[in-house]
Structure formats: C-alpha cells, structure tokens
Design a protein around this ligand. Structure first.
Ligand SMILES: [Fe+2]
Ligand SMILES: [Fe+2]
Length: 233
C-alpha cells in the first residue's frame, strides 16, 4: 500500500504554490483530525473508499484517490485544449488528493459480512471533516473553496472544483462497474462460504489494491482460481 501513498506524496510535491503544497503534504503524512479526540478504527492506508459501492476493499481509498488525481490532471488538460478554459494545476492536484481523505474515520471492519461498514459512533462526513481540518491548519481560502466544491453539493464557482468533481464521478463509476463485474464472477466462491468482500481485501493486502481489478475482464474460472487462494485468510 506504501507504493500508492508514495505516488500521492510525489504528486503533492509537484505543487508549486508553497502554502498549498505545505498543507497538502502535512495532511497526507499526518492524517489526523485535530479538532476531536475521536480516534479512527480503520487506518488511512487500510480504508476502503466506500463500504460497499466502489473500491470497498482494503486500500481502496488510496487507489480511488490516485485515480482521481490521475483523471483530474488529464481532464484539466483536455478542458483547456478543447474549451480554452484555464485551471490552476496546484488547486486541482491538492483538491483531488484531499477530497476524500478523512473517509477512514467513518468506517469499521464488518466482521459478519466481510469488508467494512459505517461506524455508528462517528458523526462527521468526510466532505465536512476535510474543510474543518484545512481551516484549522491555516490552509489558503482558495484551496478550501475548491475542496468544498468537489462533492457537487452547491453550484460550481471554480473550474478547479468542477474538474475534480468530474474526475471523482468518473473514478467512482469505474470502480463501481469493475467491482460489480468482479463480484459477479466471485459468486461461485461466495456459495462455498468464501465472502467476496473478504477475498478482495485479502488480495489487496497481499498484492496491493492496484491488483484487485486486474482480472475483472477475465473468464470466471480464471477469476475464481486467482481469488481462491485468499479464502482462508
Ligand atoms: Fe467523497
Ligand atoms: Fe471520491
């Protein structure tokens, strides 16, 4: 999982604006909410991006974050190329890196169904958490503004917020489709008492989250034999 985190940190280091780079790197390397005594149950590196819908396995949050960064920088380029709209690369990269970061506070392992589930004792959604933490750590308001727009809950006022929003929707949808394909093929294992959420997380732990979807388009027997080795874990 360290490989993906290193890539995210590498992206943060390419931010040229010092105040944006500094706060982004600080939050990525010390991801704690400083305004609460509540402690996460699942770590940042282990967290899924969602408990069931997309990237719901161990390390899924890191993988989705990398997906959103990679998609964001490319969407920024195409929008400028086709529509002549210029967007600040620093804000795009920082907002993509940070948009879901505190999701890991929201989850706990699901011992019964496998994978993860929302915890009942935490109240703050990640889209609020990141805004609170950015403000507390003295982030520039232009960054807070873009991050606040990423989830699309209010009208867009920045091109950067719109770009990361589109990249987020794209990567979540991609993860959702790939995961559904994979889970459909893992049904045979489920019948043998081997939970698909559990084996996806076991594979992510053993080979890295970036390997989970590798066989999504392979025939069922190939997928089953690949994942079967993680049933015991
Ligand atoms: Fe989100
Ligand atoms: Fe996201």
């Amino acid at each position: 999982m360290g490989g993906i985190l290193d890539k995210l940190i590498g992206y943060a280091e390419t931010i040229s604006d010092e105040s944006i780079r500094k706060v982004t790197l600080e939050i990525l390397t010390q991801p704690t909410l400083s305004f609460t005594d509540a402690k996460p149950i699942v770590g940042f590196l282990d967290s899924p991006a969602a408990p069931r819908k997309h990237h719901s396995f161990t390390g899924g949050l890191l993988l989705h974050t990398l997906g959103v960064v990679e998609a964001s920088v490319r969407i920024r380029e195409y929008i400028e190329m086709v529509y002549g709209l210029k967007a600040d690369r620093d804000l795009v990269v920082a907002a993509a890196l940070l948009h879901d970061l505190f999701k890991f506070y929201q989850y706990r392992p699901d011992e019964i169904e496998g994978g993860y589930k929302p915890r009942e004792d935490w109240y703050l959604s990640h889209d609020y958490s990141i805004i609170g933490e950015l403000a507390r750590r003295g982030a520039p308001e232009k960054l807070i503004r873009v991050v606040a727009e990423v989830h699309g809950l209010q009208p867009f006022t920045t091109i950067e917020g719109l770009i990361v929003h589109l990249a987020d929707s794209l990567d979540a949808r991609l993860g959702d489709i790939l995961q559904q394909m994979l889970q459909g093929k893992l049904r045979a294992l489920d019948k043998e008492g081997c939970n698909p959420y559990k084996v996806m997380s076991e594979k992510a732990r053993s080979d890295g989250p970036e390997k989970v979807f590798e066989r999504a388009f392979s025939p069922v027997d190939v997928v089953v034999s690949e994942f079967k080795k993680y049933c015991g874990g």
